[in-house]
Design a protein around this ligand. Structure first.
Ligand SMILES: Cc1cc2nc3c(=O)[nH]c(=O)nc-3n(C[C@H](O)[C@H](O)[C@H](O)COP(=O)(O)O)c2cc1C
Length: 217
């Protein structure tokens, strides 16, 4: 692998791309990719929003928002909400989205999105171009058809979209479970001086999956 060094830039990828609904009297939607988990217990997340966004003042005033996940079906609406301002248009009306009642915050959730995270801001930092709003996750609303037999979300069925430096990508191909690399069947083949890239069972499994993909096409 030959590498070239680029100057410092925000190339971290993949990122979630979500629609954040906020405000009460005239609720708005802003598309956000600068978002993530910042703490497990208590569950806490952030969104970073530029000062000049219409949503910025709504956030400052209400201190609440809902993160609505973007599926492949909702991608065009998500993109549109990221290139139009709530100053000029009613994004709920234009996208024919249904305002759903959240259980723990006053901001509406987007009914058409299968997973909604209800958040309450507890702090904000001016970091430069963006303010980072840190929030407690008060409730999560999930389409019950996404739950598996154990009540966990089966993300492989959700058709979620990721964002990678200006481009949208599909997600959803399951590759393994947290901790799978510690299982004996993997450990005995992996590491111990073996070439991690060429001889990983995971790589073999991918190759089989790719062959299947080709056959289906
Ligand atoms: C894929 C994508 C990701 C975006 N991520 C952010 C973000 O993280 N923070 C932000 O302030 N604006 C982000 N934007 C831009 C806003 O969504 C956009 O400026 C929007 O029109 C603001 O809406 P508003 O004026 O109604 O608040 C993003 C736009 C797109 C298309």
């Amino acid at each position: 692998m030959t590498k070239i060094v680029l100057k410092g830039a925000n190339l971290l990828a993949p990122l979630p791309v979500v629609m954040v609904s906020l405000g009460t009297e005239k609720p708005n939607i802003i598309t956000v990719a600068w978002t993530g988990i910042v703490c497990s217990a208590p569950p806490r997340v952030y969104i970073s929003v530029r000062h000049d966004r219409y949503s910025y003042d709504l956030l400052k005033q209400s201190g609440e928002f809902v993160i609505n996940f973007t599926t492949e079906k909702l991608l065009a609406a998500c993109d549109w909400c990221g290139i139009r301002s709530g100053r000029d248009v009613d994004k709920f009306a234009e996208m024919r989205f249904t305002k759903g009642n959240a259980s723990a915050v006053k901001a509406p959730l987007i009914e058409e999105s299968p997973i909604n995270i209800e958040c309450k801001v507890f702090d904000a930092f001016d970091l430069g171009s963006h303010d980072m709003f840190l929030a407690d996750v008060l409730a999560v609303d999930v389409d019950e058809s996404l739950l598996d037999g154990n009540g966990a979300i089966d993300y492989s069925r959700a058709d979620l979209v990721s964002y990678q430096h200006g481009e949208y990508y599909a997600t959803g191909r399951h590759l393994g479970r947290f901790g799978f690399a510690a299982q004996r069947k993997y450990v005995k083949n992996y590491g111990k001086g073996k070439d991690a890239m060429s001889d990983s069972p995971l790589t073999k499994r991918n190759t089989r999956a790719q062959k299947n993909d080709r056959r289906i096409k």
